[in-house]
Design a protein around this ligand. Structure first.
Ligand code: FE2
Length: 242
């Protein structure tokens, strides 16, 4: 097994703005397998303001069962789990639903949080801190590069990334000369980075882990990519990166 991990995607069918049906899911899984991806975490969007937790969990459960059936019938050599891309909301650190939104390992619960697309504020830092310290979650902040441009004042950005959070990058950013800068810099500075495709479909937002990995290897060397892979394996296995 190559052990390549995609920690962020919208491959589960008919649950969010990702894959629209099981045929598209099949094509996306095939693309993942062709690129050597053999561990996939499904992370459909969860918006606490727009949907009830129980409704989300029911949809996710149904979609996941369908996809597990597909994987078995097609013989994909891919290990999968289901979690969620949970959009930040006021009071998130006290929400009861979070346990069910996490990726579960034997020893830890890993929560994937999508931060607001605004200037981050002190209250956001406090909630992320409480998720780690009070709730004891391993916290992954998804596609961190997408929030950077909103941080005219970097104080809270710096504070949040001084917490033991894991930074997920979208593989697609490495394709663009304009978008890869922050990604490469943070890997070079040894931030705890993991990768995800954030794939939504087979066209405009496809599975693209291989492209991103190729650029990282070319620009920063095999050792940098190995560090990401080792970290990913630990996160999948133990739910921590320590
Ligand atoms: Fe996403």
């Amino acid at each position: 097994m190559s052990e390549i991990y995609d920690f962020h995607c919208h491959i589960l069918p008919g649950i969010d703005d990702g894959s629209r049906d099981i045929e598209m899911t099949d094509a996306m899984l095939r693309a993942e397998e062709e690129q050597g991806v053999d561990h996939i975490l499904f992370t459909p969007h969860f918006y606490a303001q727009q949907q009830s937790g129980s409704e989300f969990l029911r949809h996710r459960g149904n979609a996941f069962d369908k996809v597990k059936g597909l994987i078995d019938s097609k013989g994909y050599a891919i290990e999968t789990r289901a979690a969620a891309e949970t959009y930040f909301f006021k009071g998130i650190s006290e929400a009861g639903i979070l346990d069910d939104l996490c990726m579960h390992t034997d020893s830890a619960q890993v929560l994937f949080v999508e931060m607001p697309f605004t200037q981050w504020r002190r209250s956001m830092y406090q909630e992320v801190k409480a998720l780690i310290e009070k709730r004891q979650f391993t916290v992954v902040l998804v596609h961190i590069e997408r929030f950077y441009k909103f941080q005219k004042d970097k104080t809270i950005w710096d504070q949040i990334f001084s917490l033991p959070v894991i930074a997920q990058h979208n593989a697609g950013i490495y394709k663009g000369l304009m978008t890869r800068g922050l990604g490469l810099r943070t890997i070079k500075e040894h931030w705890p980075v993991i990768l995800g495709s954030d794939a939504h479909n087979t066209t405009s937002r496809p599975c693209n882990m291989a492209d991103g990995r190729r650029v990282i290897e070319k620009k920063l060397g095999t050792a940098a990519l190995s560090r990401i892979d080792n970290r990913s394996r630990r996160l999948w296995t133990d739910g921590t990166i320590n």
